[in-house]
Design a protein. Structure first.
Ligand SMILES: [Zn+2]
Length: 201
């Protein structure tokens, strides 16, 4: 996957209507219909973009809503909260990040703090997984990030059905411990909705 700066969320709507534009946007007409829905909100390739990015020359810190700074985990968190609230009345909602959450900004240089994972957890993600860039600094480094996020009390469920950690490489030892503690797992069962609708992820 390519490194990128943009943060997007791409909901899938059964009425084939776009669900989101900006935080605070209005419900599309298709959402007014009483059709049972199952909503997946997802991000990918966030690449340590924990703060917004924009043209520095246009940055106006003393006034609001008049620069072109975009993204940032705070805005993602606001969008998740807004969309989850809007969609939960219509059916189950899953919020997933599908990897490459680390490496790409100066925050990536300190990814062993688990900052990206902590942000995903606090932003309300139900689960994340590994992209190829999570392994850029080796499995030991990734294991340190997960352990640090766990120690801080903010680690999202990490699903990895195609990551094989049964080799003899000593660099995998902490990884194996994390898997045994189910901080890394192949699957999980989530219950969503008033009727206890189950979603497997
Ligand atoms: Zn990527």
């Amino acid at each position: 996957m390519q490194s990128g700066r943009g943060m997007t969320m791409s909901p899938i709507d059964p009425q084939d209507a776009p669900l989101i534009g900006t935080v605070g946007g209005e419900e599309p007409a298709a959402e007014q219909k009483k059709v049972p829905t199952f909503t997946i909100l997802h991000t990918n390739d966030m690449h340590s973009n924990l703060i917004g990015v924009g043209p520095a020359s246009e940055y106006s810190p003393m006034t609001l809503n008049d620069d072109r700074t975009i993204g940032g985990i705070e805005r993602i968190a606001s969008l998740i909260a807004e969309r989850r609230k809007a969609r939960e009345a219509k059916g189950p909602v899953l919020v997933l990040d599908v990897g490459d959450f680390s490496i790409g900004t100066p925050f990536g240089a300190t990814h062993e703090t688990g900052a990206e994972l902590q942000c995903l957890s606090m932003a309300g993600y139900d689960a994340t997984t590994f992209g190829n860039h999570e392994f850029d600094a080796g499995p030991e480094s990734l294991a340190k990030a997960i352990a640090a996020a766990k120690k801080a009390g903010h680690v999202p469920p990490i699903l990895a059905a195609n990551t094989h950690i049964d080799g003899d490489d000593p660099g995998l030892s902490q990884f194996k411990e994390l898997a045994q503690a189910e901080l890394i797992r192949s699957h999980m069962l989530l219950e969503r909705g008033a009727s206890g609708s189950a979603c497997s992820a």
